[in-house]
Design a protein around this ligand. Structure first.
Ligand SMILES: *[C@@H]1O[C@H](CO)[C@@H](O)[C@H](O)[C@H]1NC(C)=O
Ligand SMILES: *[C@@H]1O[C@H](CO)[C@@H](O)[C@H](O)[C@H]1NC(C)=O
Ligand SMILES: *[C@@H]1O[C@H](CO)[C@@H](O)[C@H](O)[C@H]1NC(C)=O
Length: 401
């Protein structure tokens, strides 16, 4: 009897051990394919200087701690150099779909076949090369960042009277100098970027990204919140959660490729209009804009134009839209964790325990190609990307074309 029980116990133990081993191997392989997929670039010569800085304790507060830095003993530098020789890696601006894990490659192909939004792109491109300066101008001149207005049919009918903000968003925003775009990436966790983010004139956040309980990492200020129509339509909490009540709200909804406002109004991706009105009735003083549905496709066209292969025929991500919106409203835009830092992770959001490589690499959205573009446009350093997840782009106002 005892024998049988023991043998049973032993076999359970062996089974449990095998399961554990299988899970471990699977996790390891997933991790590997993720890092492979990033196909990161290395910059040997810069590494040493950045690590020297780090060893001297300047890190993110270089302007604050220069005094301390000068006191750093020189042998610390030397040993840091020796120990930290392996170079760091950041996003490669020429990443291609070949770098994707096979699951995401399949998803991309399926979206290409599906062509849900009837995209009929005829060129120019694909694969046209622009210098970063020329691309900035190209974006400025071809992506019209504006909101639906009360003169646009059918928003000019009595049904819509009094809902859309009267003031142009550019007037409402005034002229912001330095702005922050805060992604919702899991890699913001433990970043300690909160103070740096709050130090900007305006901060844009996305969808249901909270600040409460995450202040140290993401800050407290919300000046603009860009939300998708799905959230407005399906999340009951949209009308209840108080964190939506701060700052300027902008909702966007994907239209059929380049359809005009009346056509889009008949076939929105999500019919968010009733909830939009309910929210406006509850918060009549909060500006709540609707992004012109043409804007995401104007941006998509440029993403396709500059990418050497076919990109997903789905609208750009909220992240990419938010970046372009802030480039029109600000002199300078600091973007946090859109290009992944050393904290990169498969955890999708800093506020949820949900894992998926697609959140970094893209499945529905042409995220890979968006990141290539932001990396190409980045005027900050690779160190800033690696250590702080920070890319810096000039606003359209402050460029000369
Ligand atoms: C998209 O294109 C297909 C095939 O040309 C057509 O049948 C369909 O009606 C189009 N959809 C919309 C919403 O325009
Ligand atoms: C952008 O769109 C708005 C609203 O439709 C329009 O009034 C404006 O002329 C457009 N600007 C450009 C540069 O096309
Ligand atoms: C709304 O705009 C449409 C198209 O510009 C126009 O034909 C219509 O008369 C306008 N309606 C009102 C009530 O102003």
């Amino acid at each position: 009897m005892i024998h049988i029980i023991l043998r049973k116990k032993l076999s359970y133990f062996v089974l449990a051990f095998f399961l554990f081993a299988i899970i471990c191997v699977w996790k390891e392989r997933k991790k590997e394919s993720y890092y492979d997929s990033l196909k990161l670039e290395t910059e040997g010569s810069r590494v040493v200087t950045s690590l020297e800085k780090l060893a001297m304790g300047s890190g993110s507060q270089s302007s604050v701690s220069t005094g301390k830095g000068s006191q750093a003993p020189s042998n610390t530098r030397a040993s840091a150099k020796a120990k930290l020789e392996p170079s760091f890696q950041v996003w490669n601006k020429d990443s291609s779909s070949k770098n994707l894990p096979s699951r995401l490659r399949t998803i991309r192909r399926n979206y290409l076949k599906m062509n849900k939004y009837n995209v009929t792109y005829k060129g120019p491109g694909p694969g046209i090369k622009f210098s970063a300066e020329a691309l900035r101008c190209h974006l400025r001149d071809h992506v019209n960042v504006s909101m639906v207005e009360s003169t646009d049919f059918p928003f000019n009918t009595s049904e819509w009277e009094g809902y859309l903000p009267k003031e142009n968003i550019r007037t409402k925003a005034g002229s912001w100098g330095r702005c922050a775009v805060v992604s919702s990436a899991g890699s913001l966790k433990s970043s300690q970027l909160g103070r740096e983010i709050d130090d900007h004139d305006a901060v844009l956040r996305f969808n249901a990204a909270p600040t409460a309980n995450f202040e140290q990492d993401v800050g407290t200020k919300t000046t603009v919140r860009l939300i998708n129509s799905q959230l407005v339509t399906t999340e009951k909490r949209f009308l209840e959660d108080s964190f939506y009540n701060e700052g300027i709200l902008i909702v966007w909804d994907p239209s059929i490729y380049h359809s005009d406002i009346p056509k889009w109004y008949e076939h929105p991706d999500y019919s968010f209009f009733n909830n939009y009105k309910s929210y406006c009735n509850m918060h009549p003083d909060q500006p709540f804009y609707i992004l012109r549905p043409q804007m995401p496709w104007e941006l998509w066209d440029i993403l396709q134009e500059i990418s050497p292969e076919e990109i997903q025929p789905n609208p750009p991500s909220s992240g990419m839209l938010g970046i372009i919106i802030m480039m029109t409203l600000c002199d300078q835009v600091d973007i946090y964790e859109f290009l992944p830092s050393k904290r990169k992770t498969d955890v999708c959001y800093y506020y949820q325990k949900f894992f998926d490589t697609a959140c970094t690499m893209g499945a529905y959205h042409p995220l890979l190609f968006e990141k290539n573009m932001v990396k190409h446009l980045n005027q900050g350093t690779d160190e800033d990307i690696y250590f702080h997840g920070k890319a810096t782009l000039s606003g359209f106002r402050s460029i000369r074309c």
